[in-house]
Design a protein around this ligand. Structure first.
Ligand code: WT7
Length: 683
């Protein structure tokens, strides 16, 4: 990125996939694979049994979901959700016209479907949430009845402080049950939640408040993670001190977690716990249209500012319910734990909405996999007898380093399904997860999806599809995956093929728009390949029809499962007075999947120093958040450009990864710059 506004859009998406499909697409998984992918060596199925019955049932259900998605989902919507007014319409609109709607004339409430109806069906005493606090001894269980009482109080507190149906509420909270309860309370009164992951910086919060026009913020005094305190209220204060947020924010609801002293602004800040004590535990659920917004979640794209991905009510809920039930083979008495953060889509769909819609027991995990030691997950699984455990490959890799001893100390025999999400799972991590954690009995389920898809779109269904380490197999119910030729856009049929991944039919959980920018939604997802939803990933289909995601084909980095836009990183680097130009790429990283490498061209006469590197890292931490901190900062007197002025990121990726096979550099305007970068990358 150059310091020139006109050039900010130069890396448009179309250029993003003007790539030669593999091997130039970065394949982070291969870097740390000790064994080749088992494309032709399927794994055992695990202990789920019933294979033939389930497989036949899946095949016929899948066929009807693809042949007639409208009827398929309509029947499920009536069966699986409770409506105030049943819909008469199922699918309307389409991908080509960017106007997909589901169950448009139906009326329902998300919170009612997650909580009240289970109580009305006599299951109010069942544990809805197990809270596993930062300290392993800090465990609280909440029944469905208790959840309803707390959620209703929060909802009443919001109403009595001016929050109305349709208002956007920003939630910047630690991983305590109150983050889930606050989301549900918003849903109860028809407010739209916009959860901002608690690792984001004050700038990032201010941007999201401003972009969504949010007048209300939920936060807590602080957060606890790995024995450390995170100053959340202070970060919110700093965010609201910025003009773009200051003009909007009217009320800040502050929950207590750390009980530390915090700054308090009279008239603006409110202690939630004080207000809640006098609120009623009864709050009628608002009657919402199926296409009314349920939430916004910001995510990074290939260019510009983060996009506010908007999910609506009926379709999202049905998809969350259905994928949670089917992808994890969820059984009524299962104890389920997804250890993601509620600040990401995984937490929305698979900690909050999906499990609760199914009346399941869902775990809210506040800590880290390494606190107080590397046995934390396994200890937790043993204590709660967790049956379904859902985490990311980066966490598995970081725990594998400690060997087999830590998990072997615990009884993990309750485990039946082991989910993986965020990036392809490399064979070494898959083997460890399968053999050491699952004891060869649990089924590893690799779930591929995105913020925009609302729920899983590709996976090996437990009991149905034989897992293959590293492959997410293929489309789940209603998902007709296609591999397209990136240049012509034609569908590539058959096996042993590679291209870009797309979906050919609308599904209920798909995002409907980008908040305030439908044009961006269209140009990013629906116009690149008319008639298809374009996922932004490359993929290949192996000889037996299994899909292998090869990584993003746009300028998005996937580091430790966090999705980071290179354009955002570049803009924070060039905001430093000594940086004239910056190009950011991902490169293979043993633990994170992809590391973040920043090539910076400094202003004339400036040399790279350790202090400057520190400053630049700080610039990124404060404009985005600590999770985006660069792993490498490389001085780049010049960047490798094509003659048409496009940065050759493929070469930058290879240099950062220490790959000496740089491929064809003859199309570069100045091939000599490459040697300098190779030297500087070693520094
Ligand atoms: C991107 C979406 C959806 C929850 C977590 C991330 C990558 C995600 C897999 C997987 C291969 C995966 C893709 C996708 N990704 N899961 N199982 N196999 N790649 O959500 O932040 O919206 O990121 O994560 O590149 O496009 P997100």
């Amino acid at each position: 990125m150059l310091k020139c506004a006109a050039l900010l859009t130069a890396t448009c998406l179309v250029e993003g996939f003007a790539f030669t499909p593999s091997p130039t697409v970065s394949l982070p998984i291969l870097a740390h694979s000790s064994k080749p992918f088992r494309a032709d060596n399927p794994r055992r199925l695990g202990n789920l049994g019933l294979l033939s019955t389930k497989k036949t049932a899946f095949e016929s259900d899948y066929a009807s979901s693809i042949d007639n998605p409208s009827d398929y989902w309509f029947n499920l919507a009536k069966e699986k959700l409770d409506w105030y007014t049943q819909p008469t319409k199922s699918l309307t609109g389409g991908l080509a016209t960017a106007d997909v709607k589901w169950f448009e004339d139906g009326k329902l409430n998300a919170c009612y479907n997650c909580i009240d109806r289970h109580i009305e069906n006599g299951r109010g005493g069942k544990t809805a949430i197990i809270f596993e606090g930062d300290e392993p001894s800090d465990v609280t269980k909440y029944s469905y009845t208790e959840v309803l009482a707390r959620v209703s109080k929060i909802a009443n507190m919001m109403k009595s402080n001016g929050v109305k149906k349709g208002d956007v509420v920003t939630i910047y909270m630690p991983m305590t049950p109150d983050i889930i309860f606050s989301m549900l309370a918003c849903a109860r009164i028809g407010a739209v939640h916009s959860v901002v992951f608690a690792g984001f910086s004050e700038d990032a919060i201010a941007d999201r408040i401003a972009a969504s026009g949010s007048k209300f913020v939920f936060t807590s005094d602080g957060g606890l993670r790995g024995g450390r305190t995170i100053k959340l209220k202070q970060t919110v204060d700093n965010a609201i001190a910025k003009d773009r947020a200051k003009v909007l924010v009217e009320k800040v609801f502050v929950f207590k977690r750390t009980n530390e002293d915090v700054n308090f602004v009279d008239g603006r800040d409110l202690w939630a716990d004080d207000l809640l004590s006098s609120q009623s535990t009864e709050c009628p659920a608002e009657v919402m249209g199926a296409e009314d917004p349920l939430f916004i979640l910001y995510t990074s794209g290939s260019t510009g500012q983060p996009k506010g991905i908007l999910h609506t009510t009926g379709g999202y809920l049905l998809y969350a319910q259905h994928t949670t039930a089917t992808s994890f083979d969820l059984q009524p008495d299962d104890i389920y734990a997804c250890v993601a953060d509620a600040g990401w889509i995984t937490g929305h769909t698979y900690i909050c909405y999906g499990p609760l819609l199914n009346g399941a027991t869902s775990t809210v995990f506040e800590s880290t996999p390494l606190y107080p030691d590397e046995g934390r997950y396994w200890d937790m699984i043993q204590r709660h007898k967790i049956n379904i455990f859902y985490t990311a490959p980066t966490a598995i890799r970081s725990l594998m380093r400690f060997g087999d001893e830590p998990p072997k100390k615990y009884d993990l025999s309750s485990l039946r399904v082991l989910g993986s999400v965020g990036e392809p799972i490399n064979p070494a991590a898959w083997d460890w997860y399968n053999d050491v954690i699952g004891g060869g009995k649990a089924t590893v389920v690799d779930t591929y999806w995105q913020t925009e898809t609302g729920g899983h779109v590709a996976l090996n269904l437990p009991g149905v599809h034989e897992p293959k380490a590293g492959s997410c197999r293929g489309g789940t119910y209603g998902i007709d995956l296609a591999i397209l030729d990136p240049k012509s856009g034609e569908v590539i049929e058959g096996n042993d093929v590679e291209g870009v991944l797309a979906i050919s039919k609308p599904w209920p959980g798909m995002a409907r728009t980008c908040l305030g920018d439908h044009e961006r939604y269209k140009t990013t997802y629906l116009q690149p390949y008319p008639g298809f939803y374009f996922a932004g990933d490359g993929a290949r289909r192996d000889s037996s029809g299994y899909i292998w995601v090869t990584g993003r084909v746009d300028d998005v980095i996937n580091s430790s499962g966090h999705r980071i836009g290179t354009a955002e990183l570049e803009s924070s680097l060039v905001s430093h007075p000594l940086v004239a130009q910056a190009a950011v790429v991902g490169y293979p990283h043993d633990i994170k999947g992809e590391g973040v490498a920043c090539y910076c061209t400094l202003t004339k006469g400036t040399a790279m120093t350790d202090d400057l590197r520190k400053d630049l890292k700080q610039a990124v931490r404060s404009s985005i958040g600590p999770f985006a901190t660069p792993d490498m900062i490389i001085e780049a007197p010049a960047l490798p450009m094509t003659r048409s002025g496009k940065i050759m990121r493929r070469i930058l990726r290879k240099i950062a990864g220490g790959d000496t096979e740089l491929g064809d550099t003859s199309t570069l305007a100045d091939p000599t710059c490459v040697g300098v970068l190779v030297e500087n990358a070693k520094a």
